[in-house]
Design a protein around this ligand. Structure first.
Ligand SMILES: Cc1cc2nc3c(=O)[nH]c(=O)nc-3n(C[C@H](O)[C@H](O)[C@H](O)COP(=O)(O)OP(=O)(O)OC[C@H]3O[C@@H](n4cnc5c(N)ncnc54)[C@H](O)[C@@H]3O)c2cc1C
Length: 488
């Protein structure tokens, strides 16, 4: 500890709140986490799965934990990582489950960092919460919400947040407040109500709705081989299967928000299971080897891409309050980036505090600059990718050819993606590795596009497209055919 310990209030005990509590406690600060959901400490992963998490309903949806997050845990909290594995999480190592067509794969030294963590989101929270509390400097209060912030003006006209006011009227003071209260965070309103600057935001609906259900393998059963696809994008539905801890897994189907017909039927568990059986990557998982552990299909809409400017023109909206996780940036869940961005952001806060001992303005500016440099580019690339996906699903819903105008250069690029990149990822380890490094946030968002070797390999596969058998099916090509197969 190279500075005076701060007393920090963290509002919200989700991934970003837990990451902040752990990072700050290990650096000697005193942390109080205030979590509105009544979530007493469970004694097992299954008890954690039964938590009432209405404040973070996405915990009942599939969660991928990307390699960047896994590596932060492994390198900075090896004890926590070990506990996750001991509690039933597992590693998904690049190279372990390769497509059968893959030729010439040889492990590279940095493949050791290309490992994802497979576990349920609630298991992750349970283990990290336990570790944060075990640090000694962390107090966890659940079942009580924060209603606003306490603040006072500074001599130079800024607003200084000095603590929080709870829903029951109690006031708690702090040296620093962290808004880790998720996608519905009211932090911008709290700041303006306290006299701080407005917090502008850019926001766009991702255009998708999530449907998820969880299952557990029956005794003696195994997960199906994972060398083939574990998900797919048929345009009208995107889907995937996610391995969890303790023999669990989940299936997620995502439709367009505009597709009222599919939205209506997929909430029915019988229809949902049947739909998953029509899809190549999920059918083997629902062949009787597993049974559902959630009666319902969980549905989540209102999925946003959103970035909030808590620092505008070099001026923090308020001093003494830092937002983290979904409170500052939300990304399309399909890319699985949210928890990694949340945990990463928590560490950027801890680094800014360590570098600017007690200077709240310098901490806010350093944190903001790091976020913009390291995490914002991933947000932007997701927004761009979503624009294209939305165009395809809208065309399919209207019964139009999603490939569009043959003279449009984007049509050409889509062809290269479909007939070059996707098959190359099945056959060429260099391309697959580059894709996975990007997907797992281990490179910059444009690293793959800028890599001439990867580009040449993809183009070679694309040029050979006429000499290959047609692409394997991932499910019914046409939405109408898919609908006809469902028991409705
Ligand atoms: C459907 C869906 C699927 C997703 N899939 C993935 C995935 O595969 N991989 C991935 O990495 N990310 C995924 N994400 C994103 C990920 O869930 C979020 O990015 C992550 O939860 C952000 O963590 P957080 O701590 O900022 O917010 P949250 O986890 O939402 O936690 C916020 C917490 O604050 C509490 N809270 C709110 N208001 C108050 C208050 N006033 N007082 C006290 N407490 C309060 C809430 O109860 C909640 O516990 C998905 C998101 C969705 C919606």
């Amino acid at each position: 500890m190279d500075q005076t310990p701060l007393h920090v209030i963290v509002v919200g005990g989700g991934v970003s709140g837990l990451g902040t509590a752990l990072a700050l406690a290990r650096r000697g600060h005193e942390v109080t986490v205030i979590e509105r959901d009544h979530t007493p400490m469970p004694t097992s992963a299954d008890e954690a799965f039964a938590w009432d998490r209405r404040g973070a309903p996405q915990v009942r949806h599939s969660h991928a934990f990307l390699a960047r997050l896994r590596n932060m845990l492994l390198n900075e909290y090896p004890d926590v990582y070990r506990t996750l594995l001991d509690e039933g999480a597992s590693e998904m190592r690049f190279g372990d489950d390769l497509p059968p067509e893959m030729v010439g794969f040889e492990r590279q030294p940095d493949d050791d960092e290309l490992v994802m963590l497979a576990c349920r989101r609630t298991t992750f929270e349970w283990v990290v919460r336990r570790a944060a509390i075990a640090e000694g400097g962390v107090t966890f209060r659940t079942g009580v919400g924060v209603a606003g912030v306490l603040a006072e003006p500074t001599a130079d006209g800024a607003t200084l947040v000095t603590g929080v006011r709870l829903v029951d009227g109690a006031e708690l003071s702090a040296d620093l407040v962290i808004a880790a209260n998720g996608r519905r965070s009211a932090a911008p309103d709290w700041i303006t109500a306290a006299g701080g600057h407005r917090v502008p935001e850019e926001v766009e609906d991702t255009g998708i709705v999530y449907f998820s259900r969880f299952y557990r393998l029956r005794d003696g059963q195994q997960y199906p081989p994972r060398g083939g696809p574990i998900g797919g994008d048929l345009g009208y539905v995107k889907y995937g299967v996610f391995v969890g801890d303790n023999n669990t897994f989940s299936v997620t189907l995502a439709t367009s928000t505009e597709d009222h017909e599919l939205r209506k039927v997929l909430v029915d568990p019988v229809v949902f299971d049947s739909a998953a059986r029509q899809l190549v990557a999920t059918s083997a998982w629902l062949d009787g080897r597993a049974e559902p552990i959630t009666d319902n299909v969980f549905v989540m809409a209102g999925l946003l891409n959103r970035w909030r400017d808590f620092v505008l023109d070099g001026e923090p909206s308020a001093l003494g309050l830092l937002p983290v996780g979904d409170a500052i940036l939300c990304t399309n869940p399909l890319y699985g980036r949210g928890c990694t961005a949340a945990f990463w952001g928590a560490h950027l806060i801890a680094d800014a505090i360590s570098s600017h001992s007690g200077d709240l303005r310098a901490i806010a500016l350093a944190y903001d600059a790091a976020l913009r440099e390291q995490i914002y580019p991933w947000y932007r690339s997701g927004v761009e990718q979503d624009g294209e996906a939305r165009r395809v699903s809208t065309a399919m819903l209207a019964g139009e050819d999603p490939d569009g105008d043959a003279d449009d250069p984007r049509t050409f690029m889509r062809g290269v993606f479909r007939d070059g990149l996707l098959p190359a990822m099945r056959s060429d380890p260099v391309v697959l590795r580059a894709f996975f490094r990007s997907f797992n946030l281990l490179t910059s968002p444009d690293a793959m596009v800028k890599d001439p070797d990867v580009g040449a390999r993809v183009f070679a596969v694309w040029q050979d497209r006429e000499n290959r058998p047609p692409e394997p099916r991932l499910g019914p090509k046409r939405r109408g055919d898919f609908l006809e197969l469902l028991p409705v």
